[in-house]
Design a protein around this ligand. Sequence first.
Ligand code: ATP
Length: 217
Amino acid sequence: MRVILGGTFNPPHYGHITPALYAADLLGVEHVDLMPCKLAPHKSVSVSETHRVNMIHRCCDTHSRLRAELIELSLPSPSYTVKTLRALNSKHDDTICFLIGADSLYNLDKWYEWESLLNYCHLIVMRRDSETFSPPPAIAKWLRRNAIQDIERLHQRKSGHVLLLNTPLKTISSTQLRNEIASENADTLDHAAPDTIESWVPRNVIEYINDNQLYSE
Ligand code: ATP
């Protein structure tokens, strides 16, 4: 079984890493594969693909259970998760558990061929403990058909299930981090409980951001 978290990772942070490792623990899987997505050319991205990949490699240096899965970057554009999952299935025999945050679940019905996703993987939703869970009606209906509660069932079928997991609360996003760094306020993040940027981003990633002056404008 492979546990994969796709994302922009611009930059990667503990809101990605901590819940993903927690999910992998519950699934009994050693590694989490961080899979950077290819961004549509029209999307304004503040850093290059190379920088995003380098930051992922830094996360993997710090946390030996993390690995980089770069398949999507080599696929033809435009990229869609469903196409990437198909490509992963042709490359590996393992069952794929694809992780998404609850915020992504709420928009899932906007994803290309979203109802085919479960042909290629199980979806694991990283829900935050303290948040109320209120997906839109189309997603709620889909969950009633596909959600399971018993983790063991993920090991019995290669694809087709959705598991909602309560994962450790991480109230951070890459957008917040980029804004904080751009406003040269990198010491303190604006949370209910003020926190240092070091608690949200691995130290060697912060060094990389500083060395390459990312997000400073
Ligand atoms: P941005 O702020 O740029 O949109 P992001 O912080 O949401 O970025 P992404 O790389 O877009 O990060 O997210 C990758 C995946 O991780 C998505 O499925 C997203 O829902 C999930 N995720 C992001 N932040 C968190 C968090 N704090 N807790 C749980 N899941 C998260």
